[in-house]
Design a protein around this ligand. Sequence first.
Ligand SMILES: Cc1cc2nc3c(=O)[nH]c(=O)nc-3n(C[C@H](O)[C@H](O)[C@H](O)COP(=O)(O)OP(=O)(O)OC[C@H]3O[C@@H](n4cnc5c(N)ncnc54)[C@H](O)[C@@H]3O)c2cc1C
Length: 545
Amino acid sequence: MADSLQPTPAANAGPVEQFDAIIIGAGISGLYQLIRLRELGLAVRVYETGSGVGGTWYWNRYPGARFDSESYTYGYSFSEELLQEWDWKEHFSGQPENERYLNYVADKFDLRRDIQFNANVAAATYDKKGNYWEVRLTDGARSRARFLITAVGILSAQNIPAFAGIESFKGESFHTSRWPKERIDFTDKRVGVIGTGATAVQLITEIAKEVGHLTVFQRTANYCAPLRNGPIDPETQARIKASYPEIFKRTRETFAGFIHDFDPRSLFEVSPEERQARFEELWAQPGFSKWLGNFRDIMSNKEANEIFGEFVRQKIRERVKDPVVAEKLVPKDHRFGTKRVPLESGYYEQFNRDNVLLVDLRQSPIERITPKGVKTSDAEYELDIIIYATGFDAVTGPLTRIDIRGEGGQSLKDKWADGPSTYLGIQSAGFPNLITLVGPHNGATFCNMPRCIEQNVEWATDCIRYMREQGFERIAASEQAEKAWTEHVNELAAGTLLSETASWFFGANIEGKKRTVLMYLGGAKAYRTKCDEVAAKGYEGFVLE
Ligand SMILES: Cc1cc2nc3c(=O)[nH]c(=O)nc-3n(C[C@H](O)[C@H](O)[C@H](O)COP(=O)(O)OP(=O)(O)OC[C@H]3O[C@@H](n4cnc5c(N)ncnc54)[C@H](O)[C@@H]3O)c2cc1C
């Protein structure tokens, strides 16, 4: 089970290709950045590890993979023609359709001619004298460009915990984000899934009915909420297409770029009856309404959070027949919404099936992987297939896995060893002309991502246009601006309910990773306003030369 983002040594001593800009990654961010830079007349090369476009929607082809964002709020908004041409088939569209969509975009805008697939960037080094970045691929090929733009995503560096004996397993094993293109036949197989986060919840629901036997290894019980997906009928399709301007106006206004936004009322302003009725109403609605459309103090006040948390726990208990299993599935070690809320379509009912077993790793942790399966502290589970739904080295991982070296040979990984320090999550001081789309501390990290990705890309494009118009060739975040932004990001996180919880938002899922906030928690709108102000003041906080 190779991690294809890990460099393997090889040599390719061909000529050094020259571009104006190099983009790493051909997901939503990289594709849109390519479109915009082409419009500026730049010679651009995109490098992509995968063999196709789509990023997240190329890699995550596990059964059940789908949007938690409403499909029509997720697609690109920049092209009216594209909006009118594309028919989303479901309110929360699945991976195959999402990948088709991104291929459609790549074809429509003729993007492939500037993308090199199966091209993993192993290293990037800044040359101060020549003011260029030299990029080296895993196969040794090199190229240079004035601007280096990372579009590597926040959830692309797979994480498999270092279980003892992992290589000894005689059956098949997969990580959900490196799922094979061929269909896997689970019939009569004994399958184990390690992990119960958002991905596992989708996967387990989909495969439980197909496998011979399923063992779910759970470390953390999550607060899963109903997705309430459904097909989009022609009438609704027409209505959606006619209301795109209003949809995108709304997503620009809300806290996290979704159509849902917090209720401005406090939970304590309404009577217990009214509150209960509102909870039921939210529960019946699709998507993240229960999280991001809830009373405003759910995410800031412990008592308010506890009241809704208990509502969700009760919902779980009602759905699981065996009370012992139900209690294992009820979260008790963190508050609602302080980890990414998994959305589900029948997850809890899977635990009422005779062929599904829940193993609580808090009671009996995994000791090792054996040739036959998984050994916990109290039993060995024999398996034909192990699925690692163990997530990602989120946000910083995709960047620190590349050997990025800025001025004076400084390594980005070393600089961020105690947590990232950035200006706007777009640059790090000492790394001139390196633009990190959706980087750590960037507003796009806690967002309905394409909405914030478009903002990131447009900001970066405007910045490069401005530099060219003004005759600047180098942009670098100042140390002071970086310090102030990093402090601001940390202050926003300090004291929040989110900061009390061990989650990937804070790097807590990775052993040895410094626990510090990776996201910007001030909201997409506040972030956009700040970025606009910085640009309006001639890129305040950046040194332009
Ligand atoms: C299962 C899953 C479901 C999700 N659902 C939602 C959702 O419903 N709503 C939402 O807003 N967000 C969702 N996300 C987040 C999702 O990642 C973003 O929505 C979006 O796809 C990010 O696009 P991107 O282009 O920034 O990054 P990605 O899609 O991650 O693309 C990054 C690309 O960079 C490439 N790359 C990385 N490193 C290198 C390298 N060294 N060399 C070459 N190429 C490299 C990768 O191969 C990848 O193709 C989901 C994520 C996952 C994993």
